[in-house]
Design a binder for this molecule. Structure first.
Ligand code: PLP
Length: 458
């Protein structure tokens, strides 16, 4: 290890508090220092080459090196490095990006607001929904429903909406307005003999019962990822979205589709909404919007909501929401460049082509003794690890089987993400077939390594 890396580790342990990290473990083991990246590979301070099988955090769509994105950022920094979008001010890049996003958005969106993160986009959506409902004379319509294990961010409101108990514990959350409906994990939770369609109908009934219990005139919105990502790469079971959307329509609830992970090609279409036929009222996106080269996010919605905002703003004199860096010119310039690149390289066509191989290789792991279920679409795949796949007996959580696979994969030069005993595999969208072979071989090796440990415990 070179001296600089040693110094980085010391500095990091001494002062840097990491998000979403086991702090005790970090204090004892220290961080992995990533020094640079190229294509789908990242390199650590010990000179190891690692395939990034999680695209950073599901965001590095174009890999780790792109001169056009770097030049777009530099050009904008040299022209107009910052301009607020408060108080009627604007700049060419943000105006252009707004038009571009609305032109490609799913389902008749007309308006866009910019933020810096997925959390801020969803937080903005919650406030806008409350604001519009107040303007409409329904201030009591405040409850927002998410899903158990869904993830929408980490502000106080969005983490309340997320169904991640460890992010609520000790924070006094969720806030009372946020409710959670069931996790549509067919494999784990179906009743013996129940078909996927029957399971989906049961999920929708349970959603409707929640709305009725809470009082339909108090329920404002339902937020959902097209396929759950943070909860462990869960694809919707057959019929799920048809059934759920029928309930949404029945009660006139605002439907926000969170495209923070699925958006911009991950599922083999531009939007997850296209993949599963969703008809949203609002759409949030972030991450691959700028290929992760700059923090920027967007919330899109329809003119009906905008009309309510306008009405409120007329009364109050000012629309009172927004962030300093909303619509940052560098972020907008980088995003425009990323969208150009997506078109020019036909990113969606590429994902459709290589995902055949990716999913085939992933499916082949279905027979591994640790693996109970493989589910995937596009370049987005999840693995459910179980002690007994047939009768669905999970591993003892104390064995930390998911973490074991993640660590062995890392040792073999593949970064994956374990969420409990679920593994998420979502490489950068530019990955080629050779790299898919290499990554899936390393994954298979990691499963074998972990099995060698686990089989002695069974
Ligand atoms: N929504 C989804 C589906 C996400 O996966 C995430 C983050 O992973 C967010 C929202 C929050 O985005 P951010 O971390 O940029 O605030």
């Amino acid at each position: 290890m070179n001296v600089d890396a040693k110094r980085s580790i010391e500095q990091d342990i001494a002062h840097h508090v990491h998000p979403q990290t086991n702090l005790r473990q970090h204090a004892e083991k220290g961080p992995t220092i990533i020094t640079h990246g190229k294509g789908v590979f990242i390199y650590d301070s010990e000179g190891r080459e690692i395939i990034d099988g999680f695209s950073g955090l599901g965001c590095v769509s174009l890999g780790y090196h792109n001169e056009r994105l770097a030049e777009a950022a530099m050009r904008q920094m040299n022209t107009l490095p910052f301009a607020p979008t408060f108080y009627n001010r604007s700049h060419p890049r943000v105006a252009e990006l707004g038009e571009r996003l609305i032109g490609m958005a799913p389902g008749g969106m007309n308006r866009v607001m910019f933020q810096c993160s997925g959390s801020e986009a969803n937080d903005t959506a919650i406030k806008l929904i409350w604001y519009a409902n107040t303007a409409r004379g329904e201030p009591q319509r405040r409850k927002i429903i998410g899903r158990i294990r869904g993830y929408h961010g980490n502000t106080i409101a969005t983490v309340s909406l997320s169904g991640q108990p460890h992010m609520h514990a000790k924070f006094g959350l969720p806030l009372p307005e946020f409710k959670h409906t069931e996790l549509p994990n067919y494999y784990r939770f179906h009743i013996d003999g129940e078909s996927e369609e029957e399971f989906s109908a049961r999920m929708a009934r349970s959603f409707e019962e929640l709305i009725l219990r809470e009082g339909p005139d108090t329920v404002a919105a339902f937020f959902a990822e097209p396929a759950i990502s943070g909860g462990g790469a869960l694809m919707p079971p057959k019929g799920y979205w048809e059934e759920m959307q029928a309930v949404i329509r029945k009660y006139g609830i605002t439907f926000l589709v969170d495209e923070v992970v699925c958006g911009f090609g991950r599922t083999g279409n531009m939007w997850g909404a296209e993949t599963w036929g969703l008809k949203p009222d609002m759409v949030s996106c972030a991450k691959a919007l700028s290929a992760a080269f700059f923090p920027i996010s967007a919330l899109m919605f329809k003119d009906e909501l905008y009309a309510e905002m306008m009405r409120n703003s007329d009364e109050v004199g000012l629309f009172g929401h927004g962030y300093t860096y909303a619509g940052h010119p560098v972020g907008a310039a980088v995003s425009l460049q990323a969208l150009d690149i997506y078109d020019e390289i036909d990113l969606i066509g590429h994902v459709r082509k290589v995902s055949k191989r990716f999913l085939e290789r992933c499916d082949a792991m279905q027979d591994h003794p640790l693996v109970a279920e493989v589910r995937g679409v596009g370049l987005f795949c999840g693995f459910e690890l179980m002690r007994d796949a047939k009768v669905r007996i999970p591993f003892d959580p104390a064995w930390k089987v998911g973490a074991l696979v993640q660590d062995f994969a890392h040792d073999r030069g593949l970064y994956l993400r374990a969420i409990g005993d679920r593994i998420s595999f979502m490489p950068p969208l530019i990955i080629n077939e050779e790299e898919i072979d290499l990554a899936t071989e390393r994954f298979k090796g990691a499963l074998d390594d972990a099995w060698a440990v686990v089989k002695n415990k069974i």
